[in-house]
Design a protein around this ligand. Sequence first.
Ligand code: HEC
Length: 123
Amino acid sequence: MRKSISLLMVALVMGAGVTGSVWAAEAKTEAKKEMPGQALAFSNKKGNCLACHAMPGTKAEMAGSIAPPLIAMKLRWPDRAKLRAQVWDATAANPQTSMPPMGKHEILSEEEIDQVVDFIYTL
Ligand code: HEC
């Protein structure tokens, strides 16, 4: 179910040319720069979410495209606890995923996961 929503989002982004407006949201996210979770999500030493996920507030060429873009998170993940669980251990929902289990493998601390989730919940 969650996966089909993700695929739908990717299809929408590709099909409807929403990509342009995702990057246009860059200015809007300027104000969020102080959020510690943003630095974690963008850092190649920490979560490195950007390696796989495009996100508003980044240059398109910096981001990976092997995973769904992290956009409209509140809409797609109304239950914040489920979103946190996905970041904590993506293998629980999909044992075949290439997403590293951030909490289970202690790539991020519990506090860092909360900060990343706080940040992506604004996207
Ligand atoms: C090595 C690649 C990789 C990295 C790094 C990565 N992810 Fe993912 N992520 C994926 C893939 C692939 C999926 C697609 C779902 C699946 O495989 O089950 C995914 C799915 C997700 C989803 C659910 C999809 C959606 O938006 O509905 C969220 C949320 C997510 N990742 C957040 C993160 C966050 C936050 C980070 C950084 C802390 C991160 N990911 C780092 C590969 C990655």
